[in-house]
Design a protein around this ligand. Structure first.
Ligand code: PLP
Length: 363
């Protein structure tokens, strides 16, 4: 396996796309001029790393990814600092997690140095696409698909590793605002021994139905309970979740069906750094409601790369509503949001070594 980035071939796009206005980016709507692609075949390993103009894929309709969902993805962001540097936030953690997802889905492992070199080169080529307006960033979507055109249910012998990038808008253009959450009592997202820990397509496709039902009832997201007893809190939508109860911050322990969020880990470390008690443990939904009723539930928020922090102002569990922090963004949620986004954009010092600068040679 090579980690020499000079082996990545670059074919530059001849017609650069018009960039959308930075206050109208939305999420995952526009894509940069280039993409990274690398192939895998049994016997040959990963080969032919290349940066090419952004374009549709040509795949055989029998490609295994379409039928059996052998695919994984990642999500991370690049930020433009006020002094015009480019920063990534814990990118190696994303590629490490990608390999854990790969392992779970029988996808061959990727060399993390190679993936980092590919990402840095791609960002350098498309650096003009990183927006600079407050709250904006360049969302990066690495993914692997199984491309072998045979219908037998078996791990594919051919794959593609692809990175695409999308300039995304401010998640909270009108300031950080709490969301209303529907507690899902029927459907589950993940089960013990299942694929909940992996960022793999099927987990998200099977979550759409409850998400849609929640939306129809006026809720932004679903709070998932464990797949066995429908009792313990797991995640909120595609975010990890935190609750501040009686001065201590709780988040569900990583029991196997919960995604290992990098934002989750960053929040835990930040809280510990601040001397705020934080506990990873199983948290029952009735325990949370009890804390809500007796007034000790102070704050609740989701964590993930897209929103960073998403405060929860209201929950509904089997028709019983729980208003959290008067439906307003709590002080701790706000501090965590400001600090993490500050570190990511270079406005706040990074004592954790989380940010990594992307060097653009000849800039
Ligand atoms: C990606 C994801 C998260 C958040 O992970 P981050 O690394 O913080 O972005 C949480 N839950 C699910 C289900 C996810 O897919």
């Amino acid at each position: 396996m090579t980690t020499n980035s000079s082996l990545i071939s670059i074919q530059r796009s001849t017609d650069t796309k018009k960039k959308p206005p930075q206050d109208q980016l939305g999420f995952g709507i526009y894509y940069t001029d280039h993409m990274f692609v690398m192939d895998y075949s049994v016997g040959q390993g990963w080969h032919d790393p290349r940066i090419i103009p952004y374009q549709p894929l040509v795949l055989d309709p029998a490609a295994k990814v379409f039928h059996y969902g052998q695919t994984i993805f990642e999500g991370l962001k690049a930020y433009k600092t006020a002094d015009d540097r480019i920063q990534l936030f814990r990118p190696r953690d994303n590629f490490q997690r990608m390999n854990r997802s790969n392992d779970r889905m029988s996808v061959p492992e990727l060399d993390i140095d190679m993936a980092m070199a590919a990402l840095e080169q791609l960002i350098a080529v498309d650096r003009e696409w990183i927006p600079s307006l407050e709250g904006t960033s360049l969302y990066i979507r690495p993914f692997v698909i199984a491309t072998q055109p045979t219908l037998g249910v078996a791990p594919s012998e051919h794959y593609q590793f692809i990175i695409i990038m999308s300039p995304v808008g401010a998640y909270y253009p009108e300031g950080i605002n709490p969301v209303k959450i529907h507690v899902e009592s029927d459907y589950v997202r993940a089960v013990p021994g299942g694929s909940g820990e992996a960022k793999t397509a099927g987990n998200y496709a099977s979550a759409l139905k409850s998400q849609q039902a929640a939306k129809e009832q006026g809720y932004t997201q679903v709070l998932w309970l464990d797949g066995k007893q429908h009792k313990y809190i797991e995640e909120v939508g595609s975010m990890n979740v935190f609750f501040k109860i009686g001065g201590t911050v709780y988040t569900p322990a990583l029991t196997g069906s919960i995604l290992h969020g990098i934002t989750r880990d960053s929040v835990i470390r930040l809280l510990k750094h601040w001397g705020i008690p934080v506990e990873e443990r199983m948290l029952a939904i009735d325990e949370l409601y009890e804390a809500g009723r007796n007034g000790t539930l102070e704050e609740a928020f989701g964590t993930g790369t897209a929103a960073v922090i998403s405060p929860i102002g209201e929950m509904n569990w089997n028709g019983e509503k729980l208003i959290i922090g008067e439906g307003k963004t709590g002080q701790l949620s706000k501090s965590v949001y400001d600090t993490l986004t500050g570190i990511q954009t270079g406005a706040v010092a990074d004592p954790f070594g989380w940010t990594q600068q992307v060097e653009v040679i000849g800039k």
